[in-house]
Ligand binder design. Structure first.
Ligand SMILES: Cc1cc2nc3c(=O)[nH]c(=O)nc-3n(C[C@H](O)[C@H](O)[C@H](O)COP(=O)(O)OP(=O)(O)OC[C@H]3O[C@@H](n4cnc5c(N)ncnc54)[C@H](O)[C@@H]3O)c2cc1C
Length: 372
């Protein structure tokens, strides 16, 4: 029986869409499906990207499309970390010296549209089950039918659904959670740090805020799942009370009005351990999740998509599994380097040695796994 597709990509976020775009360049003519169940329309998190994003968007051939959307250029990040004063980290020294604050909905939509322009078949489908039989994957998409493919790509983000259906379990390295509120206006533009992605640490974690394109502002309280309960940070009144105690974030938000209740997003570091079965590969957050402090999630998603497309092309064209093996090794090395950098960065904040949040991050934790 001939399969419906050569490659079935589950998830049309940055990782899935970029996999489809890159595949069209490295293996033209493949029949690629890009399936997504649709998103929560309220808002998306993950909006600050460093200047290096240009290199990946150039490689994918979508830089002109990116710049024609109204994302906000940004020239620095600012943080009060390890001390109370704000310190700026200028992108001036970066070879591409402009970072961006993204409209995530526009960004994701642009990539998905480009994937379609490059031949991927879009499908509105919630993947429910998966089966492998005689060299072919069958993907059960509920009402959208059952589709077969020679190769499946898990681009379902943090849920890593396909990998879980194949029996793998992501390992959690901490219990970081974001309690995020969207504000109607962008706040007080004259306050120090208002022009940048702003981070401020406090005894139980850290705060983050950035203006988003369209004149709004997003702010997040980042802490651990057990502490979020103690702080009552899922309730707007206690969230706002915490905001009032910040030295820099509160003044930037100023009189802006919250237009959502705090929404909790899991945000911890995580890595998909173990070998995926033949003909399956995981990209983006499905393969590994980085702490939002790194602002690397989207770049990492694009990078993994590009490398995964090489591995898939080799495998489909001459059954060469070496690409998958190299890809796995690369993912492991990338995650190990990330863990070291993260540990060093959290180590710079030593003001609250008795705080559970900081203590957990000052001991090196390469092996623990936390229940979900
Ligand atoms: C609080 C927070 C702040 C962040 N801030 C930043 C930041 O400033 N900068 C940055 O670079 N990164 C940031 N990130 C990380 C960034 O958002 C992610 O790394 C990025 O979205 C990963 O892209 P992805 O394509 O792998 O997954 P996603 O963007 O999550 O896309 C996954 C897609 O899969 C689809 N899907 C899931 N399950 C199914 C199913 N069963 N069937 C069909 N479709 C399915 C979903 O609808 C979705 O469209 C942040 C993350 C958090 C939690």
């Amino acid at each position: 029986m001939s399969p419906s597709f050569d490659v079935f990509i589950a998830g049309a976020g940055p990782a899935g869409a970029a996999t489809a775009i890159s595949l069209s360049a490295v293996a033209p003519g493949l029949r690629v499906c890009l399936a997504d169940m649709g998103r929560d329309a309220s808002f998306r998190v993950g909006e600050s990207v460093p200047p290096l994003i240009k290199r990946f968007l150039d490689h994918l051939g979508v830089w002109p499309q990116f710049t024609s959307d109204q994302h906000c250029p940004s020239f620095r990040t600012v943080s009060a970390w390890g001390g109370p004063e704000l310190i700026g980290n200028e992108f001036f020294w970066d070879v591409h010296n402009t970072g961006w604050r993204l409209d995530r909905t526009l960004f994701d939509r642009m990539l998905a549209r480009e994937a379609e322009n490059h031949g991927a078949v879009p499908m509105a489908a919630k993947i429910r089950a998966l089966r492998y039989d005689e060299g072919l994957w069958s993907v059960d998409c509920g009402e959208a039918g059952i589709h077969s493919a020679r190769c499946v790509v898990d681009a379902t983000g943090r849920s890593a659904l396909l990998s879980r259906l194949a029996g793998l379990k992501p390992v959690n390295y901490d219990r970081l959670v974001a309690s995020v509120v969207l504000f109607e206006e962008s706040g007080n533009q004259d306050a120090p740090g208002a022009d940048a992605a702003l981070v401020e640490s406090f005894i139980d974690g850290w705060w983050y805020t950035a203006a988003t394109p369209g004149g709004r502002r997003i702010a997040a309280l980042m802490t651990d799942t057990d502490i979020v309960r103690q702080l009552g940070a899922a309730r707007l009144d206690s969230w706002m009370e915490g905001l009032g105690k910040t030295r820099h974030i509160g003044p930037v938000i100023g009189a802006a009005r919250p237009i959502t209740l705090p929404k909790l997003w899991p945000a911890g570091s995580r890595f998909l351990e173990g070998a995926l079965p033949s003909g399956m590969i995981a990209v983006g957050d499905a393969a590994s999740c980085f702490d939002p402090l790194s602002s690397q999630g989207i770049i990492k998603a694009l990078r993994s998509a590009i490398f995964a497309s090489y591995a898939i092309a080799d495998w489909l064209s001459h059954s060469d599994e070496q690409g998958f093996v190299k890809y796995d090794a690369l993912m492991k090395r990338e995650f190990a380097a990330y863990q070291q950098t993260l540990h060093d960065y959290y180590g710079q904040e030593q003001r609250w040695p008795d705080s559970a949040f900081w203590h957990r991050r000052h001991i090196r934790n390469d092996t623990s796994t936390f229940a979900e």
